[in-house]
Design a protein. Structure first.
Length: 133
């Protein structure tokens, strides 16, 4: 994951959540990772920011997915219901690719290539858990 990936660059995250986290000094996905590894830490962060735990969890899932995919694909995977990179290799590639393409169409963005999804799935096979979900 790119240490400097700004949460403001994410396309499918509620802007109010981004602004609330920015007020707390959280500007990058890496900073979020450092603050939200466990459910307890996420709950504390959500309360401090005045946002829901679900909003923070969505960002955590995107950050986790960025370990195997570029941010745009990471967001699409999470939006498509693939919540963690550890579950990515458990799903058939064709199914994952289909739901990502459908999600991209619904969100009116360019879908990723099949190869991009396959690369993310392959990377996920070798991944150790990072977050305590």
């Amino acid at each position: 994951m790119s240490a400097g990936l700004s949460i403001e660059r994410l396309r499918f995250v509620d802007r109010r959540v981004v602004l609330a986290l920015r007020k707390l000094g959280v500007s990058s996905l890496w900073e979020l990772v450092e603050l939200a590894l466990t459910a307890r830490e996420r709950r504390r962060l959500a309360r401090a920011a005045g946002v829901s735990e679900g909003d923070v969890l969505k960002l955590v899932r995107i950050a986790d997915m960025c370990r195997v995919a570029e941010p745009e694909l990471a967001e699409l995977l999470v939006e498509a219901g693939v919540h963690t990179p550890l579950e990515l290799p458990l799903r058939p590639l064709e199914v994952v690719y289909r739901v990502v393409v459908e999600t991209a169409a619904r969100l009116r963005v360019t879908p990723p290539s099949r190869e991009e999804v396959e690369t993310a799935q392959r990377r996920a096979l070798e991944l150790a858990p990072l977050f305590d979900y």
